[in-house]
Design a protein around this ligand. Structure first.
Ligand code: FAD
Length: 516
């Protein structure tokens, strides 16, 4: 039976596998998805996760639960050698192994792209994973709680200053969502006012959200300004060392939460394959999603989603290629499943073509923006369209139900505003009070270990053949050295200890902590 290997179970990979389950007949092929994560992430929900409107686990789709006929392997693909049709699978724990396949689908997506700006790698956080979104939410909540205890001043300002780098869709969404969340939080923090919170977005270009018209983007800027959220256009981040933001305009301020959304790039894992790449590091594919090297099709190899440079047959793509977004990745995944099925049956494949549906963004509770051609919605109707679209687009009824009921609950009960920051060190509370075995009471000071001979490690007996003449002595010395602090002299120490103080009074630090 042909073996199909799907590298990456995100949008494109998940939909390819899901639809292959639908299109393939029993016994026609066996499908394996390999991904280091056990879930597909619904990335358009990350800003709402960070803003407490969606619970983190509701925004991901378990591969094992929803891909019932597919083998799911939780590990990274670290090499693909298509010449021999083998892939190296590297799990988090255990040894790597080689997997053979007959057809391969490359859907490893994209990763955050940064520039070597001082401090960014150490201080900023990206917004590509559910863990990042959850951490941003907790950080904002923790900072509010800490700031509420402080008098006005630089320390408090830093805690209440949020900086987002990048004014694309994802950047504007997270910026606006966090602004909305922070404004909501103020109701629970009577010592803080909106003037105490500071929101800065840094964008190198002269506009935000290239996906919508300039006029619509101006409306978004105005809306943000009304909510005390500052957008710095034509501005570059120069440094973020130690959380001190320095801008190309000469402005500087301290910020405790720095979110980086200024671009993505094809997953660098593709460099560990023998597939053709274009100048931006994406795998080159034909419109039917087969990998192509110049004019030559690479047999039995497919790619789509953010990791692939796919020609946009509508003629509207940037540089003639489909832009990297979920709208394309989902549809490409579905098309790819049909095309693999067709190729296995010796039928012809179909080219991928999709007219852009437009763009919709949530900008915080009750506010959004939508544009499709000349149709523009702003404010509440756009926000309703955003929730309606994404509520429906979330794969599977089970996931839709969790997200939509979560929204419903929040509408009546409010967002959950506790920080679970401590889960970063989950054993701390247990460890603080846990009793430990008492250290063995030293019964005697060890006799001085013999000086090691050349070639003999310290503290270990010499080899049995060392010197027959000294055998007795060497053995005695060796035993003493091998088991230090246990033997005869120990009795002397024990006696002393008993006389001086009960052993318990010399309890280790952990026991003291219990007593406190
Ligand atoms: C904050 C945010 C908001 C967004 N909002 C929108 C929106 O509103 N509308 C829209 O259309 N698009 C949106 N996007 C873009 C969209 O989410 C992506 O274009 C889409 O996820 C791309 O799908 P993909 O399958 O190519 O990659 P991904 O969904 O990223 O999946 C890639 C998968 O590959 C896995 N992987 C990585 N390395 C390996 C490896 N070595 N071996 C095996 N597997 C690997 C990853 O774990 C991941 O599961 C948004 C993105 C972000 C970050």
């Amino acid at each position: 039976m042909p073996r199909i290997l799907i590298v990456g179970g995100g949008y494109a990979g998940f939909y390819t596998a899901w639809k292959l389950e639908k299109w393939l007949r029993a016994g026609e092929a066996e499908v394996t998805v390999v991904d280091p994560l056990p879930y597909m992430t619904y990335q358009p929900f990350l800003p709402e996760v960070a803003a407490g409107s969606i619970e983190p686990r509701h925004a991901v789709v378990s591969l094992r639960r929803h891909l019932k006929k597919t083998t799911v392997v939780t590990a990274a693909v670290t090499k693909v050698d298509h010449a021999t049709k083998t892939a190296t699978i590297t799990p988090a724990v255990g040894d790597a192994w080689t997997m053979e396949y007959d057809q391969v689908v490359m859907t490893a997506g994209a990763v955050s792209r940064t520039f070597p700006i001082p401090g960014v790698a150490d201080e900023a956080i990206g917004l590509k994973t559910i863990e990042e979104a959850a951490a941003i939410r907790d950080k904002l909540l923790t900072n509010f709680a800490a700031a509420a205890n402080l008098p006005a001043g630089p320390q408090r300002d830093r805690l209440l200053t949020v900086t987002v780098v990048g004014g694309g869709f994802a950047g504007i969404e997270i910026f606006a969502e966090l602004r909305s969340f922070a404004s909501d939080l103020l109701k629970k923090y009577p010592t803080l006012t909106i003037d105490d919170t500071h929101f800065h977005l840094v964008e190198a270009m002269g506009r935000i959200m290239p996906e919508v018209s300039l006029e619509t983007s101006h409306w978004v800027l105005k809306n943000l300004a009304e909510r005390q959220a500052t957008v710095h256009l034509d501005t570059q981040l120069k440094s973020a060392v130690g959380g001190l933001i320095e801008l190309s305009t000469g402005e500087s301020f301290e910020s405790d939460l720095i979110v980086w959304t200024a671009g993505v790039m094809a997953n660098p894992m593709v460099r560990s394959t023998d597939f053709p790449l274009e100048e931006r590091g994406r795998i080159t594919v034909r419109p039917d999603l087969r990998i192509v090297d110049g004019e030559t099709v690479v047999p039995d190899a497919w790619a789509c989603g953010d990791v692939a440079a796919t020609p946009d047959l509508t003629g509207k793509g940037v540089g003639g290629m489909c832009v990297p977004n979920a709208q394309h990745a989902v549809r490409m995944g579905k098309q790819l499943a049909k095309n693999i099925t067709a190729s296995l049956r010796g039928e012809s494949t179909t080219d991928y073509k999709h007219e852009n549906l437009g763009a919709v963004a949530g900008l915080g509770i009750g506010t959004g923006v939508f544009q499709s051609g000349k149709i523009v919605l702003k404010g509440f109707p756009a926000w309703a369209a955003h929730r309606g679209y994404h509520g429906m687009a979330m794969p599977s009824f089970e996931r839709k139900f969790r997200v939509v009921t979560g929204w419903w609950n929040n509408m009546w009960l409010g967002r959950d505003i506790v920080s679970l920051d401590d889960r970063e060190k989950p054993r701390a509370a247990f460890e603080k009070f846990a009793s430990r075995p008492k250290p063995p009471v030293a019964e005697a000071a060890p006799e001085a270990a013999p000086a090691p001979e050349i070639g003999q490690p310290a503290g270990e007996p010499g080899p049995a053949y060392a010197n027959p003449v000294d055998d007795e002595g060497a053995k005695a010395e060796g035993d003493a050295a091998a088991k230090p602090a246990r033997k005869a002299p120990a009795r002397k120490r024990a006696t002393t200890t008993t006389q001086e103080a009960p052993v318990d009074e010399k309890a280790p630090a952990a026991d003291k902590a219990t007593a406190e």
